[in-house]
Design a protein around this ligand. Sequence first.
Ligand code: TXE
Length: 488
Amino acid sequence: MGHGGRILHFIDGRETPSADGRLFDNIAPATNEVVSEVARGGPAEVERAVAAARAALAGSWSGTTTEERAALLDRAADLIELRGEELARIESRDTGKTLAMASTVDIPRAIANFRFFAGAIRHEETGFHHMGSALNYTLRKPVGVVGLISPWNLPLYLLSWKTAPALAMGNAVVAKPSELTPGTASILAEILFEAGFPAGVFNVVHGFGPEAGQALVEHEDVLAISFTGGTGTGRRVGVAAAPLFKKLSLELGGKNPTIIFADAGFDAAVDSALRASFLNQGQICLCGSRLLVERPIHDRFVEKLVSLTKELVIGDPAAPDTFLGSLVSHGHRDKVESYVALAREEGGEVRCGGTRPDLPAPFDQGAFLTPAIITGLPAGCKTATEEIFGPVVTVHPFDDEAQALAMANGVDYGLSASLFTRDLDRAHRVAAALQTGLVWVNTWLLRDLRTPFGGVKGSGLGREGGKWSLDFFSETQNICIRLSEASE
Ligand code: TXE
């Protein structure tokens, strides 16, 4: 954090204001209070950050060994852990999410991301192809300066998910965190510098997407862009990056189905569906916002889900029993509320929620919305096919596997799906037929960081995780050595 409640850019190892001194307000959505001012960057700040990153690559950073970089990543993880409480508090304040979520999910995952990629490069193997008359081996080189653009829903979690592999492979980073949640990115920059990453290796430029984000994507010295955010924004990023032949990773939105067959373990399926619906106020790209339930259990399922949803505690994000904090902003709540209104127009029945809760000050000013369950909508309507990204889910009955699959696949997104059944054959069959990058069977959000993560269709391009991240953040070079004639 900058001095006097200011969050500044972090460029070349130093907190840096914008050249023109411009600032914008950072608002805590749970109370609608301005909690800090943030430097508002644009092309000039991106230019300075890219220059610092290039200088770092030209200096000692490019000579570091794998073991040195792994040790730096481990040290970063230790320092995040040391400042874990402070980071969780800031994450909760900037996003409106519960302190419990920030301190048990967001911050531990940021720590895990650094430890994981430290381990990944220590154990990494590169390719070797023997031809008889020649040997081929593959070198991995850093891409160079890479741009990381991250969203507001899991700010440090997702920024560190990109930063750790980018640094592990020896790149220099310019990060542009979401303007709604700038706090933890700046602390990460301090931490990485303190951990021993040289000045210029990790830079943060704050600001709005069309100014700072766009300038980063359009900068010709930024050779890769890793973006997580909305599908519309991802398309703009793709259009700007393509003519420059940048490496591009896009993790975009989702409209993920939770499919519950009548033979599923009922209580476990309801509990999992509840979490998938409303964890982080439904603001996770993996949230299961469409519940497809086999008709024989549909009514019982809805009844149970509604009664459990009504018990969820909403309010003060710091209170230990709170399950739902506020949405990320008042503007975002307006968008989510507009979908509840649309659902009514489309003929849906709002079975619970979708209202502003009556909370004591200062939370009466916050962007809270009670969790909503909507039934009676056709599966193809807008409410049931567009990403809402809030605590609003729709439930739809189905009669057989084919219909469930047609509904599940009948959207423009394809990030994840979860299905609940005790029939192993069906689990295999349905999972393979789902047009998504990830499928969970009898669970949700169970993540192994070695596995490929990403979506198809409007959910994005490329995969993150394990070797996929290492591939993205490196250029491979094949070296073919002709063997002497004697050994041919
Ligand atoms: O995200 P944006 P928004 C979805 C969700 C949400 C919608 C819009 O449906 O309602 O997206 O959210 C930067 N060039 N998800 O508008 O704009 C921006 O500053 C370069 C799903 O808040 O996509 C921020 O750092 N960068 C998602 C980042 O992009 C640009 C998580 C993401 O913001 C830019 C968040 C531009 N032209 C929202 N415009 C997920 N996949 O988890 C904006 N940005």
